[in-house]
Design a protein around this ligand. Structure first.
Ligand code: IMP
Length: 223
């Protein structure tokens, strides 16, 4: 079991090991009903936590008039959409003079036999757009942290003014390379999670809650 450091505990909601709600208590699409072990984080809680993250982010970004939100596809699309909506509402209600521009990238990671991650950026053809900008990378989940570490190295080569990262989930795993994003929604157990944008072989992205797949699901949707 991996313990949560004080630094991480202060900035996220910790979902303890062994937690999860019985799937019979939720409406589940028929196509997924037999393939989920539990609901780990219900949709409403994901949204409530995201709204607070939006406030935290806007209270701490450098004094900028323009923020580039870099959504990491595909998994980050739902979280990013909810986060940007909440940020826009806060900007409007607090009369903050700031505009948000949303860009999208896809990160393809390869892990060789010695487990060093190599990341290819697909989608934003010209990263020089990022030079001099204040950037918030929005990601679905940090597992080992290798993908984000490599992505940050790449993005920093283009000399942005500032780069921060918001991840909906941070997995508690002993395989972590130590990378901790600035903004975290939830610290979650070391299980394969899906839903709310996160997939298992392209399935479950459309599932509204964050859940844990069962053994039958792993077999059923294997490729
Ligand atoms: P990392 O490089 O090990 O941190 O992996 C990050 C990427 O792996 C994420 O952006 C996800 O696409 C994927 N990933 C890691 N863990 C999970 C999971 O539990 N469910 C779905 N995707 C995951």
């Amino acid at each position: 079991m991996v313990t949560v450091s004080d630094e991480i505990r202060k900035k996220c909601l910790v979902i303890p090991d062994g937690s999860g709600y019985d799937t019979s208590l939720f409406t589940i699409p028929v196509k997924y009903a037999d393939f989920l072990k539990s609901i780990l984080i219900p949709n409403g809680l994901v949204k409530d936590r995201t709204h607070k993250l939006a406030v935290d982010i806007l209270s701490s970004v450098p004094n900028t008039k323009s923020l580039v939100v870099l959504c990491v596809l595909k998994g980050g699309y739902k979280f990013c959409s909810e986060l940007v909506d909440a940020m826009e509402r806060y900007i409007c209600s607090c009369e903050i003079n700031m505009s948000i521009k949303v860009e999208f990238i896809r990160l393809k990671s390869y892990h060789n036999v010695s487990s060093t991650g190599e990341v290819e950026v697909i989608g934003l053809s010209n990263l020089s757009h990022l030079t001099g900008k204040d950037i918030l990378i929005v990601e679905d989940i940090i597992d080992t942290g290798k993908t984000m570490t490599k992505a940050l190295e790449l993005i920093k080569q283009y000399n942005p003014n500032s780069v921060q990262c918001a991840s909906l989930l941070l997995k508690r795993t002993d395989k972590s390379c130590g990378y901790v994003p600035e903004f975290i929604g939830f610290s979650c157990p070391d299980e394969f999670v899906l839903g709310y944008g996160l997939d298992y072989n392209e399935f479950f992205r459309d599932f509204p809650h964050i859940g844990v797949i069962n053994e039958e699901g792993i077999k059923q949707f294997a490729v």
